[in-house]
Structures are given as structure tokens and as C-alpha cells.
Design a protein around this ligand. Structure first.
Ligand code: PLP
Length: 405
């Protein structure tokens, strides 16, 4: 019989957050071993529950959600997104410019399929949320990574970004607040990105799914609000801000100057129609969710779970000799650095596997986020502070005797 292989276009695609190390962890779990999973940003798995307003909306109105909706989504959901865009200063967004999706994930792939031709280059951050690199690659494009600088609070290195622009560059992905670093970009950086995009005629893809998970009284600026004359596609959703990853609820908005983008919009409309519509029960909760953010807000203030867990993991990691981490300003993740000389680390996959086998804790290696060196890994700080503290203690014990062979 003929061998059944994956399609060639998938040969250089990976998504390590759910990759081979997770498979090893699952084998261990199947053998009855207990694993602390610090690999996926899934709040519900750590006892964050659906806010009451959303629960009520779903149970009261589920019967309204039996049919397909318009392929872009329910009008009420898109109107709510338009209001949210107005609040964030995102210009020129009407209901026709909003598309709901089965999570931001679906819309990311849809956009790249509709935008990228073979060999087109898209600037993507390193480290990135790897879905972006994967989506560009599957679409036949080339993800060109610009460096984010740990010495500068993980902000994009603007000189590096400039150097990476070529005649084939068509777009730039900005993930702000950032996964995996927890960075929140200042307006000056966002403005410089807009200026570059303007100068080189680039479309901006702004992933802002963590914009309601800010700490320390910080404010988020949507990059689209600084670019009324450019096409900006802003992605957002409720997975993280309302602890409902499983609902698969996201959206994107097209803002700014769309006069030159009718072809692209036609392509997106075709792709949107091909999936008929996104999950309708999830669309129903967009309107109430965007009006009710108190439950999440509470978690982000001193005394709230997310805030305290960030404080705990940040402090505990920085107390370990040979480990350092920049304090996250937003989101659910921290991206610590390992002193690779001290531990002789040359292979970060080996490191996370050794840690998993020895301490039964699952983290994701830095290269899984398209980071260049084997010197980082990502921790999700969703578990309770006492569990994070214990995990950091185990990491410290593990590293105290670790020299990679
Ligand atoms: N964008 C970023 C930066 C993420 O971290 C995630 C999930 O972790 C997503 C998008 C996808 O979110 P969803 O598909 O659940 O909306």
C-alpha cells in the first residue's frame, strides 16, 4: 500500500505548546504519574471559572443559537465588537469589518491563507506565539523573525525589525501584550512600528488577546488606534480574559484605510463563508462579556489570584541561582532565562524533558516560540501560588545538580 504522508507544506510547521514533550508527559500520565502542567494557558484547568454573567447568558439564550449565523457573525456580537473598537480608539470599524471566529486561532489561519502568496515574507516576533509562524508557513509564506530584546523589557528591537524588511515583506505581526514574554509595548515603540509599516506599505496584524489582562494599573494602546491611514487587522477574543478557552470565541476587526484592500477583503469573505460561521453559542456571550470584565479585573489587582501568582513566580524564579526573568506586565506567562554556561545547556528540548522526567513538571522550551538560543523556557502562572512556589523550589533543586550531557 502507498505510504500516507503529511502534506509537504507541513514539513516545516511545528506547534510545540502541544508538541512532542507533551506527548511524553501524556505517556507518563497514562502510567499513573502526576504531572504539573505549566505548558498551556488554559485558565479553566486551574480553577478559574466562567463569570456568572456569561453563564447566565448561555443558559438563558442557548435556544437562540441553534442555527447558522451570518458567516461574519451575529449582528449583536459584531455591534459589541464595534463598540469595543471605539473604546480603544480603533478607527473606521463598522459591523461589516468584524468577523467572529472559533478563537483567534481560526482567524489567524484564515487571514494568512487569504493574504500570503508563495514566498511572501511576514515579520513575526521572536519569541512569538508560535501559531503565527505556523499560519504563515502553512499559507506558503516565510515568517521572518524580528528580535524582541530582553534587556529592554522584551520590547521589539526596532533596528533588527528594519534590517529584516525586504522587497518581499508584506506584513508585520505585533503580539501586544505578548505571549510568551508578558511585555506590554510603550506607545513610542508602537508608533515606530506604524511608521515603518507606512514607509514600506505593510499590513499590520495585531494580536491583542491579552489586552484585558493588564497589571499594575497599566493601560493598553491598540496599535490600530495609531494608524488610521493603514490597514490594520486586530485580533481579540474571550478565551483568556473570561477564562473560556473552550468556548472558542474570538474576533478580528479591519480598521483604518481599506480603500486599497478590496481584493484581500473579498478573499477573507470567501474563506469566512467556507467555514459557514463560527460557534454561535460563543458569539452570544461577546456582548455581555465585553460589558462585564469585573471578575477578571479583580484577579489582576493586588490580592487577586493572577496578580499574586505573577508576584510569586517572578520572585521565586529570580531567587534561583542561574535563572533570571523579566517581570510580566500582562497576560499569563513568564519567559525565564537560564545561564546555559553554568548548566552546560545546548539543547532546550533535552532540558525540558530532563526536568519533566525528574520533577514531573511540564514547561515549553524557548525554541518552541521560535526563540533563537536554547536558553529560555515558558511557564504559565495559572496554578495557585503555593503550587508555583513548589514548582520553583523543584526547579531550583533540579538545577542545583544539573549539567547537560
Ligand atoms: N494569540 C495569542 C497570543 C495566544 O496566546 C493565544 C492562545 O494562547 C491565541 C492567540 C489563541 O487564542 P484562541 O484561539 O483561544 O482565541
Amino acid at each position: 500500500m502507498r505510504t500516507i504522508s503529511k502534506a509537504d507544506k507541513l514539513n516545516s510547521v511545528s506547534y510545540e505548546v502541544r508538541g512532542p514533550v507533551l506527548e511524553e508527559a501524556e505517556r507518563m500520565i497514562a502510567r499513573g504519574e502526576d504531572i504539573l502542567r505549566l505548558n498551556i494557558g488554559n485558565p479553566a484547568a486551574f480553577g478559574f471559572t466562567t463569570p456568572e454573567a456569561i453563564r447566565r447568558e448561555i443558559t438563558d439564550h442557548l435556544m437562540r443559537a441553534e442555527g447558522y449565523s451570518d458567516s461574519k457573525g451575529l449582528l449583536s456580537a459584531r455591534e459589541a465588537v464595534v463598540r469595543y473598537c471605539k473604546k480603544k480608539g480603533i478607527p473606521n470599524v463598522g459591523v461589516g469589518d468584524v468577523y467572529t471566529g472559533n478563537g483567534v486561532s481560526e482567524l489567524t489561519s484564515m487571514c494568512m491563507q487569504g493574504f500570503v502568496n508563495s514566498g511572501d515574507e511576514i515579520l513575526v516576533p521572536a519569541p512569538d506565539y508560535p501559531l503565527w509562524t505556523a499560519a504563515v508557513t502553512v499559507a506558503g509564506g516565510k515568517a521572518v523573525h524580528y528580535i524582541c530584546d530582553e534587556q529592554s523589557e522584551w520590547n521589539p528591537d526596532m533596528e533588527d525589525m528594519k534590517r529584516k524588511i525586504t522587497g518581499r515583506t508584506k506584513g508585520i505581526v505585533v503580539i501586544n501584550p505578548n505571549n510568551p514574554t508578558g511585555a506590554l509595548y510603550p506607545d513610542e515603540i508602537l508608533q515606530q512600528i506604524v511608521d515603518l509599516a507606512r514607509q514600506h506599505d505593510l499590513v499590520i496584524f495585531a494580536d491583542e488577546i491579552y489586552d484585558r489582562l493588564l497589571m499594575d494599573g497599566r493601560k493598553h494602546t491598540s496599535i490600530a488606534s495609531l494608524a488610521p491611514d493603514l490597514l490594520v487587522i486586530t485580533f481579540n477574543g474571550l478565551s483568556k480574559s473570561h477564562f473560556i478557552c473552550g468556548f472558542r470565541c474570538g474576533w478580528m476587526s479591519l480598521s483604518g484605510d481599506k480603500s486599497h484592500a478590496s481584493g484581500f477583503i473579498e478573499g477573507i469573505n470567501i474563506l469566512s463563508s467556507m467555514r459557514l460561521c463560527s460557534n454561535v453559542p460563543a458569539q452570544l456571550v461577546i456582548e455581555p462579556a465585553l460589558a462585564a470584565t469585573e471578575e477578571t479585573d479583580r484577579q489582576l489587582l493586588p490580592g487577586g489570584r493572577l496578580y499574586e501568582q505573577r508576584e510569586t513566580i517572578y520572585q521565586a524564579l529570580n531567587d534561583i541561582p542561574g535563572v533570571s526573568a523579566v517581570k510580566p506586565k500582562a497576560g499569563l506567562y513568564i519567559f525565564p532565562k537560564l545561564d546555559v554556561k553554568r548548566f552546560n545547556i545546548t539543547d532546550d528540548e533535552r532540558f525540558v524533558l530532563d526536568f519533566l522526567h525528574e520533577e514531573h513538571i511540564l514547561v515549553v522550551r524557548g525554541k518552541g516560540f521560535n526563540w533563537i538560543e536554547p536558553d529560555h523556557f515558558r511557564i504559565v502562572y495559572l496554578p495557585h501560588a503555593k503550587d508555583l512556589e513548589r514548582a520553583a523550589q523543584k526547579l531550583g533543586n533540579f538545577l542545583a545538580g544539573y549539567r547537560q550531557k
